[in-house]
Design a protein. Structure first.
Length: 162
């Protein structure tokens, strides 16, 4: 009878299978290319109003035209576009900055969530929004660049025209 401290022998073929699996996984991780998307837009609102449009689920739902949820606290979870986008609030500075962990239902398997940073700067009667979206899977970058304009910046500008 063996005790827990005694060693055991693993058949050679199982070691080779494990080694091949680890090698394939390592190659897959190395092949995961990520990029950073940077955009800037100006909207006709105050920094506090813009911050609230993102963090208040009712306002977010209104300007996007799609259901959003948000626990507006650090560590709070959020969703947008009927759950297509989801994540967690990492840093929040009312009227100044939002940092979130961010992903979509189409996120490629094996990729970590991206990081979204929105900063708000008062420019006269307007607000400059600077967006840095890092850790975006390269294969989705073009679609997301267009999506930010079509599904966020344009509707946000319209929302504040009212």
């Amino acid at each position: 009878m063996q005790t827990p401290t005694q060693s055991f022998i693993v058949p050679r073929h199982l070691l080779l299978i494990a080694l091949v699996a680890i090698t394939q996984k390592t190659k897959a991780v190395r092949a995961m290319k990520v990029v950073t998307i940077k955009q800037m837009v100006i909207v006709s609102a105050t920094p506090d109003e813009v911050y609230e449009a993102f963090m208040d689920e009712k306002k977010h739902s209104t300007f996007t035209g799609s259901k959003a949820t948000c626990n507006p606290k650090v560590g709070g979870k959020f969703t947008a576009w009927d759950g297509y986008i989801s994540g967690k609030n990492l840093e929040l500075e009312k009227g100044r900055r939002i940092v979130q962990e961010w992903t979509t239902t189409e996120w490629p398997e094996g990729y970590a969530p991206s990081k979204l940073e929105l900063t708000f700067k008062k420019i006269g009667k307007n607000t400059e929004i600077s967006m840095v979206h890092s850790g975006v899977p390269a294969e989705q970058a073009d679609e997301l660049k267009e999506g930010w304009t079509e599904f966020y910046w344009n509707p946000l500008k319209e929302y504040f025209k009212k």
